[in-house]
Design a protein around this ligand. Sequence first.
Ligand SMILES: *[C@@H]1O[C@H](CO)[C@@H](O)[C@H](O)[C@H]1NC(C)=O
Length: 219
Amino acid sequence: MRKNSSFFHLFLSLALLLGLTKPDPDPLQDYCIADNKNPQSFYINGAPCIDPKLAVSSHFTTSVLSKPGNTKDNPFGFNVTLTNTVNLPGLNTLGLSMARVDIASNGLVPPHLHPRASEVTICLQGLLLVGFVDTMNRVFTQQLKPGDSFVFPKSLVHFLYNYDSKAPAVALSGLNSQNPGAQIVSSFTSKSPIPIEILIKGFEMNDLDVAEIRKNLGG
Ligand SMILES: *[C@@H]1O[C@H](CO)[C@@H](O)[C@H](O)[C@H]1NC(C)=O
């Protein structure tokens, strides 16, 4: 009986572990360089590939992460540059992407989540306070200096704050999806506004508060 139950626990842990760490589906060939030239009249899950005979080294390289993003026009003072199938066509179907995160002094990448990816981030420059919230509402935070890394589990709300009031910060992230997606946790600025009654009840505030927050966030 005891043996059975420990076997069951092992089986369960393995199943959970495998299920939770899956990146995008495995490619069926060496690579599938995204075909960005021929506009498609149909939609598939990912991007179609070019003829593998036409593959060249430049399909597998990009310099987009070499340049700092402009943080001045962003109300929170951050700018994320992400590799994708357009600026790095060779990453199509490989189940990964990278992001350069520039954060102005005391700037914030506000609480957000990636529905399709876990993220590992390394602080390259500056001082960061990073953290995430788990589904039991526990918060895990850490201060990072250059060279320190932190992981954000898939789909959990997380943030990056530059707690240095004088210098900008730079972080580099790896994500285990070619298209991680990002959702900022702000119910106030969706494209077609969430009904005001929902915000008033959901956040226990009045209509003036909702209007002010919407205005501050530019929504
Ligand atoms: C991020 O930086 C790039 C490069 O400077 C700029 O073109 C882009 O508009 C910036 N994005 C935001 C949201 O400010």
